[in-house]
Design a protein around this ligand. Sequence first.
Ligand code: NAD
Length: 392
Amino acid sequence: MIIKPRIRGFVCITSHPKGCEAKVREEIEVARSAKKEGGPKKVLIIGSSTGYGLSTRIASAFSHDAATLGVFYERPSMKGKPASAGWYNSVAFEKAAHEAGLYAKSINGDAFSDEIKADTIEQIKADLGQVDLVVYSLASPRRTDPKTGESYKSVLKPIGKPFTNRTLDTDKNEVKEITIAPAEGDDIANTVSVMGGQDWELWIDALNQAGVLASGAKTVAYSYIGPEITWPVYANGTIGKAKKDVERAASAITAKHNCSAYVSVNKAVVTQASSAIPVVPLYISILYKVMKANGTHEDCIDQMVRLLNDHLYYDDMKLDDKGRIRVDNFEMAPDVQQAVADIWPRITSNTLYELSDYKSYQSCFLSLFGFGLDGVDYDEDIEIEIDMPSSN
Ligand code: NAD
């Protein structure tokens, strides 16, 4: 099949296996060039197929030679349609890990369910005995509570009053104004149920109870703070409440188990999750311009290499006053934020390409689905049904 990008709003409904592999291999090279002793050895990554979770898996394996077990919810190729990008990414990751002699297996299913937790535990018992690092990197629009069977939807809304600001219409490449109505009813509670820390706690409880969590293990979940322009819809919005709950869960896990739980506040990057948040893609486009100009720009893999090498597995974790790891430090540097704030009021559809790095935003977005990678022949007729190597 010859596969071309088919973009619908903030998703691309096709993905390219060879392009996904090329992108995974690029990240592997970054991780390989940052090899370090003393890192994690056996790592469980929940949400390991795209974005920050995938990069943490790559950094664990290729900077630290760690065995990795990945959990994700992806669509294999079906009925002549390409698989989801996360499926192809995971195929490519496993292939490269196996070539390097590293253990890598994957579990595809709903991480919020008891069943997938049980399957994961069985796999750890069978192959690894115990894990010493658990990475929690889920980004999901919904969750079914395994105990009550009730389903919740998360929403990206301000709290208390409507929020109006500029946003990017990525279909039309236009800057326009958007007004988002405030949360109502159970919006906040539902968003906390989906994106808060409860499921992370359930995972650690289950792993510990089954005896598959090594004594003194570490666990990390990801958060975002960002600049004031995004606070109404992010840090002070429904998702911000969920992220506060993740911080609560970190303290609860550390108090309850022989396992240190951390929240790492990461930089804004282009991922499937972040492209769905109003205002954020415009902010990212400006941020990339500013950070590239001053030489501090990073992608997911650079962030995750730094997280493991300079924080989680470094004598001084450099925690902030709330006990969080801050790999968003370059993004939040006052000069970077001032430069973004100076550009923000001047950004219009006419100045979009000049004042921001929207071009990079677009190419990063396409690359999430394996398009636009160097060395890939996009006119080639290729096989789209590809099995997960560890399932053979
Ligand atoms: P992403 O969309 O790239 O990845 C989400 C992952 O979750 C995928 O592996 C997907 O398969 C998995 N997933 C979703 N629902 C699942 C389910 N029910 N069962 C199993 N797996 C499931 O997202 P991302 O941007 O990498 O976000 C990961 C974390 O990083 C989130 O907590 C997010 O808030 C945080 N973060 C993101 C940014 C950013 O700019 N993207 C910045 C800071 C923090």
